[in-house]
Structures are given as structure tokens and as C-alpha cells.
Design a protein around this ligand. Structure first.
Ligand SMILES: [Zn+2]
Length: 255
């Protein structure tokens, strides 16, 4: 990939550098996550304008020098997602989505499906602030696990293959587990299981809703899967909800 690279990109992070520059982390369809420097971008009369802020979907030309750090030479806006910036909830959801992509897909490998998923998520947050709800963020993460090749088994027990009495989740075993295999599992209620299956099977825009209790369990399944199989720690989506969830009361199954 020497010379110039012309690509679509989404700005994941933008870090001040020196007096007037920014170092960007961008996600591209064909080259995954890349780092690039935008020189002079913080000057009032920069030719880049505000197009290199986080969450911008851009068309960009990057020049590759001798290091891994590319240089931005040209930028066009595909989608600014201006409405997304009007609400703290949508800004936060967008930041968490970009963070999850950056952590799960940190190499320059091609992942066009991740790019489309992130572009779709940002567009949904821009169109309707209601899409900042936790169910949507969890569905997004679940789809990232699918692309990363670490989707948990949801249809039958990951321990023994049993398809009934599925009432726990074990990241170590790789999915839902039955009541005979639940030794290393935490309880996963039917509603949480149903949410995982439903969220995976539908487009992001049609993500089903669920109770806070079930969503907290679904988040735990997703978070522990990412930790166990990709060694990636995702930022909590529902930490407030988890604080008072009665999960502990259900943790003691039959001995
Ligand atoms: Zn089993």
C-alpha cells in the first residue's frame, strides 16, 4: 500500500497533536483501522475545515510515507452526522460504537462489513436519538462479534448440544448452556436469550427491545465473550443498570 490511498473512512478518534495538527484513527472498508496525521487542521483557514472530527463519514486521500502514520491530503464529506452531535446520549452511543470497532478490529485487515455496520449505526443515531437506547448498542456489538468470528452459540447448549433447558451463559464454553452444564455459567433468562437471537437476526434499525434486567444479562454475555475470545475489554453500556440488577439472587442453581 505504498503511495496514495483513496478510500471512504469513518473518523473514530481525533487527537490534538503539536500546535495545529491532529492525529486521526480512521476505519476504512478495505484497510481496517489506520492512523493518519492531518497537518494544520486546527488553523482557522485549514482547507480540511471541520471534516476530520469524530463520527464524520468521509472520502479521503491518504499518503503513506515511511511510517505507519499516513498523511491526509484531501477530504470530502459523505455524511457529517450533524444531528448526532445535538444530544449527549447519541454522542455517547456513537463514541462507544467507534470505541468497540477500534478495539475489536485494530489491524489494517479489510473489513467492509464492519465499515458498513458502523456507517449504518452512526446514520441511525443521526436520524433518531431514540436509537441511542442500550438495546441498539448491544445489537451493534453482537453483530461485531459475528464479523470477528466469535459469535456465541445461541441455538443449543455449548457444552453438550442439548436444545432445551437453556438457562445459563458461559463465555468459556462459547455460548448458552443447559442446566447440566452451567458450572462455569451465569444465569441467562429467556428474555435475554430471546433478545440475543432477535437482535442478531434483524437489521440494526429493527432491534427488539427488552427489560433492563434482560439487557444487562445480554451485555454480560457479549462483554465476557469479547474478553474471553478476543481479549478485548469493551466499555460498559449499562453500568448504571447493572449496579442494582438482581442477577446475584438467581446465581445459585441446583447443586
Ligand atoms: Zn449442556
Amino acid at each position: 500500500m505504498a503511495g496514495s490511498l483513496r478510500t471512504e473512512a469513518i473518523v473514530l478518534r481525533s487527537i490534538r497533536y503539536g500546535e495545529a495538527d491532529r492525529v486521526l484513527h480512521v476505519f476504512t472498508p478495505g484497510h481496517g483501522r489506520l492512523s493518519a496525521i492531518a497537518k494544520g487542521v486546527r488553523r482557522a483557514r485549514s482547507r480540511f475545515g471541520a471534516r476530520l472530527e469524530p463520527f464524520f463519514h468521509i472520502r479521503v486521500i491518504l499518503h503513506q510515507g515511511r511510517s505507519d502514520l499516513h498523511t491526509v491530503t484531501s477530504v470530502d464529506t459523505v455524511a457529517a452526522h450533524a444531528s448526532l452531535r445535538d444530544h449527549a446520549a447519541t454522542l455517547d452511543a456513537a463514541a462507544r460504537a467507534c470505541d468497540a470497532v477500534g478495539r475489536l478490529f485494530e489491524t489494517p485487515d479489510p473489513h467492509p462489513e464492519v465499515f458498513r455496520l458502523l456507517a449504518n449505526e452512526l446514520a441511525l443515531l443521526d436520524i433518531d436519538a431514540g436509537n441511542a437506547r442500550p438495546a441498539n448498542g448491544l445489537a451493534f456489538r453482537l453483530k461485531l462479534l459475528l464479523v470477528a468470528g466469535i459469535l456465541p452459540q445461541l441455538g443449543s447448549c455449548a457444552g453438550c448440544g442439548e436444545s432445551e433447558h437453556l438457562q445459563g451463559f458461559s463465555a468459556a464454553l462459547g455460548g448458552v448452556v443447559c442446566n447440566s452444564c452451567e458450572a462455569a455459567a451465569f444465569p441467562l433468562c429467556q428474555e435475554a436469550h430471546g433478545f440475543l437471537v432477535g437482535a442478531l437476526g434483524r437489521p440494526l434499525a429493527q432491534t427488539p427491545d427488552a427489560s433492563e434486567f434482560a439487557l444487562a444479562q445480554a451485555e454480560r454475555a457479549i462483554t465476557e465473550t469479547a474478553e474471553h475470545h478476543a481479549h478485548v475489554r469493551l466499555r460498559p453500556l449499562m453500568s448504571a443498570a447493572r449496579g442494582h440488577s438482581p442477577v446475584a439472587g438467581l446465581a445459585s442453581g441446583p447443586a
